[in-house]
Design a protein around this ligand. Structure first.
Ligand code: GAL
Length: 356
């Protein structure tokens, strides 16, 4: 009798123990989403990592993430590692898009879908490429500078040569600038690219340009906020900050402060609070084997300007907003994108709008 009872208890216990590994919910069933970042130096990336992790976990997925610290090989190893760890989908911000192709193609072969996040990875094995309208970013940067100066000696400061966005942004800048260059009103006196979008490197580049041009420059069309802040540092040393119109992108807190102070003419707001949820929704759909909707196929040749690249990628490009002194408060502060305290820190009382 006692033996039978013990047996009954034990077998019930065994069934309970085994249950999670039977049909229905098993730990193996949990969706795993990998987040692979190029680096965390730039304000937006850690923000987007936190946001995507929060959303994916809320949707019931497990998240594994890594930052490659601006090292292309390390990023490929990290992606490979995520595949080994059982990731169902990997969302990738590539440091070096071209180098990342091999990791994405291998992941695809292993049945793991990859989403290129913000930056293109030039392969048609991507499940999706979601980003902002990067050409429009560049056009708005140049238009912002042209609103102040339409003539003179201009400097072009491009983004990272390993990031296709830098190319797209430049295409947009040229769309706005070309007619003035053709008419001879604008002369491009220097044209450089900044490895890794590094603020520090931008300081040195602009210092050298200023020396070479004997400070005779009229505007700088720079491609993001970090490099623009580097340019401001170099301009400040020559008492030219606020005199030379300058552009950026991302609407980071220090860049917005520089806009308020009149040192940065224009930045471009890209609402990452739209991009991150889109990536997570897509990742969940892909993990469940659902078909993605709302994407438009674009050829790799069109996306990169390289005609030898074959194939196409399903894409979604989100709109962007030009930000100047005039609309910063409405676009960046009222929307909650940046904190009033950070943007108006040390700004004289009379020059501050009401606190939110
Ligand atoms: C680009 C991105 C920009 C900027 C830059 C530096 O790819 O589109 O928003 O932040 O990288 O990370």
């Amino acid at each position: 009798m006692r033996k039978a009872m013990v047996f009954a208890i034990l077998s019930t216990f065994a069934i309970l123990l085994l249950l999670p590994f039977g049909c229905g919910e098993t730990s193996d069933d949990k969706i795993i989403i990998g987040l692979s970042f190029a680096e965390f130096d730039i304000e937006r990336w850690p923000r987007e990592k936190d946001k995507m992790q929060e959303l994916a976990e809320a949707a019931g997925a497990e998240v594994i993430w890594a930052s490659a610290d601006k090292d292309a090989k390390r990023q490929n190893d990290q992606i490979e590692n995520m595949v080994t760890k059982g990731a169902d989908v990997i969302i990738i911000v590539a440091y070096d898009g071209a180098s990342c192709v091999s990791a994405v193609e291998q992941a695809a072969k292993d049945g793991v879908a990859c989403i290129a996040y913000d930056r293109l990875i030039p392969t048609d094995k991507l499940a999706a490429y979601i980003t902002f309208d990067n050409v429009e970013v560049g056009r708005q940067q140049a238009l912002g500078v042209l609103a102040v100066k339409k003539k003179g000696r201009f400097v072009l400061l491009g983004g990272s040569p390993t990031d296709n966005n830098a190319t797209l942004v430049r295409m947009g800048q040229m769309k706005a600038l070309q007619q003035y260059i053709d008419s001879g009103d604008i002369e491009i006196v220097a044209d450089q690219w900044v490895e890794g979008w590094s603020q520090e490197k931008a300081v040195g580049i602009i210092e050298n340009i200023l020396t070479k041009q004997q400070n005779k420059i009229d505007a700088i069309v720079s491609s993001n906020d970090g490099t623009a802040l580097g340019a401001i540092q170099a301009l400040e040393a020559q008492k030219l900050a606020g005199v030379v119109p300058l552009s950026g992108q991302d609407a980071t807190a220090p860049a917005c402060k520089a806009v308020v102070e009149g040192k940065l003419t224009v930045t471009v707001f890209k609402d990452i609070n739209l991009l991150s949820p889109m990536a997570v929704d897509m990742a969940m759909e892909l993990a469940k084997g659902e078909k993605l909707t709302g994407l438009t196929d674009r050829s790799l040749a069109e996306l990169t300007g390289k005609n030898d690249l074959k194939g196409s990628v399903p894409c979604n490009f989100l709109p962007v907003v030009q930000v100047t002194k005039d609309n910063l408060y409405d676009v960046v502060i009222k929307s909650g994108f940046q904190k009033w305290e950070e943007v108006y820190k040390d700004i004289p009382e009379g020059d501050r709008p009401p606190k939110i």
